[in-house]
Design a protein around this ligand. Structure first.
Ligand code: UDP
Length: 339
C-alpha cells in the first residue's frame, strides 16, 4: 500500500480527496493546522470510508515540526499539497499573510522531499494563474497574464518555485493541477465544505443565503464583458476534482509521466456566469434566492473556463457532474450540516 501525505487534509478539497484515495486503496495521513477546518472532517471521512485518518496539527511554516512528523511516519511515497490560504478577496487585504503561508509552506515541503527522498508531489494550483487570458477556454499552454490578486500571484510563484526545484533536483516528479472552481459536496450528504472562516466562495454563499444565514447576497458586478455582465467561471464538482488527484498519483506511481512537471487544467470545460449559477441553484432546489447587484470585487478575473483535453487524454479523467448536481449536493450538505 502506498503511503501518501496530504497537507490540508481536513480542508474542503483535501478531505474529499482523502475519501477518493482511501476508496482507491491508498494509505493516507494528513497535516492540517485547522486554520480554516476542524477535526470534524476526520469523523466525516471515517463515516464514509470506515477508516480513521491520522492528522498532525502543525503549521507547515515550521520546518522542524514537519520533519518530525515525516520521520515518525517512515516511508512516504508521495505528497498532495493542498494546504494554503485561498480567498481571492481576502488576499488583497492581507498580502503578507498569503505570501508567508503559501510560499513558505511549499518551500518546507520541498525541503522535506529532499531530506526524506519523497519522489512524487501533486501541487494544488489554480486557474487564477491565467489572469484575464486573451483566449478562452484556456489550455495548459495559454500564457499566464498579470495576476489579479496576491492569492493568484502566490500560485504563480509556487509554480515557478517548483520549476526551479526540478532543474536543480532531477529525482523528483510533480503534477501541478490548475483547479477551476471547486463546489458541491459528497453525494452521501455526510461531507461538504465546512469553512471556519466566513464563506467567501460563491456556492457556499448561495446555500447560506438560501438557508437564511444571510439576509441576502451580493453579485459582485454586472457590468463585465460577459454574456450577462456577471463574471464567468468553470464550476467543478469537488468529487470529480478529488478523483483527478487519485488518477495523478496512479499516473506518477505507474511511471507514466515523462516529464519532471506535468500540468493539467481541472475544470469541466463549461463556463457559468454568477447569474446563471444562481438560476441553476433555484432550478435544482426550488428555493428562491434574495440577491442584489453590488460593485465589482477587487482581485476578480472577468472570465475563465478550461480546455480539459489534456487531463482527459493523459489521465483518463472525465468529470461526470454538472452545475445542477453541484447545486443539489451543496444544498443537501447545507441542510445536513445545520442540523
Ligand atoms: N461572487 C459573487 N458574490 C459572492 C461570492 C462570489 O458575486 O458573494 C462571484 C465572484 O465575484 C466571482 C465568482 O462569484 O465572480 C466566483 O467567486 P469565488 O470566490 O467563488 O471563486 P474565485 O473564482 O474568486 O476563486
Amino acid at each position: 500500500m502506498k503511503k501518501i501525505l496530504v497537507t490540508g487534509g481536513c480542508g474542503y478539497i483535501g478531505s474529499h480527496t482523502i475519501v477518493d484515495l482511501i476508496e482507491s486503496g491508498f494509505d493516507v495521513f494528513s497535516i492540517d493546522n485547522f486554520s480554516n477546518s476542524s477535526a470534524v472532517s476526520l469523523d466525516q471521512i471515517e463515516a464514509i470510508t470506515g477508516k480513521k485518518i491520522k492528522n498532525y496539527e502543525i503549521d507547515l511554516r515550521n520546518q522542524a515540526d514537519l520533519f518530525d512528523v515525516i520521520e515518525g511516519e517512515g516511508q512516504v511515497d508521495g505528497i498532495i499539497h493542498f494546504a494554503a490560504l485561498k480567498a481571492v478577496g481576502d488576499s488583497v487585504f492581507q498580502p503578507n499573510l498569503y505570501y508567508d503561508n503559501n510560499l513558505n509552506g511549499l518551500l518546507n515541503i520541498l525541503e522535506a522531499q529532499k531530506k526524506y527522498n519523497i519522489p512524487y508531489h501533486i501541487f494544488s494550483s489554480s486557474c487564477s494563474v491565467y489572469g484575464n487570458a486573451d483566449e478562452l477556454p484556456v489550455t495548459e499552454s495559454t500564457p499566464t497574464k498579470e495576476a489579479e490578486s496576491p492569492y493568484a500571484r502566490t500560485k504563480q510563484i509556487c509554480e515557478d518555485i517548483i520549476k526551479d526545484f526540478t532543474v536543480a533536483h532531477q529525482d523528483f516528479q510533480f503534477v501541478t493541477l490548475r483547479y477551476f472552481n471547486p463546489a458541491g459536496a459528497h453525494e452521501s450528504g455526510l461531507m461538504g465544505e465546512s469553512p471556519i472562516n466566513k464563506a467567501a466562495n460563491l456556492v457556499p454563499v448561495i446555500t447560506e443565503t438560501a438557508y437564511g444565514k444571510r439576509e441576502s447576497m451580493t453579485i459582485f458586478g454586472d457590468d463585465y464583458d460577459t454574456r450577462d455582465g456577471s463574471c464567468l467561471r468553470d464550476y467543478i464538482h469537488v468529487m470529480d476534482l478529488a478523483h483527478a488527484h487519485t488518477l495523478c498519483l496512479e499516473f506518477l506511481l505507474n511511471k507514466k509521466s515523462e516529464k519532471s512537471i506535468e500540468l493539467f487544467n481541472v475544470g469541466t470545460g463549461s463556463g457559468v456566469t454568477v447569474l446563471e449559477a444562481i438560476e441553476a441553484f433555484e432550478a435544482s432546489t426550488g428555493k428562491k434566492l434574495k440577491y442584489s447587484i453590488g460593485p465589482r470585487r477587487e482581485g476578480d478575473v472577468i472570465a475563465v473556463y478550461a480546455n480539459k483535453n489534456k487531463a482527459e487524454e493523459l489521465l483518463g479523467w472525465h468529470p461526470t457532474r454538472d452545475i445542477s448536481t453541484i447545486m443539489k449536493t451543496a444544498w443537501e450538505w447545507e441542510l445536513k450540516r445545520n442540523k
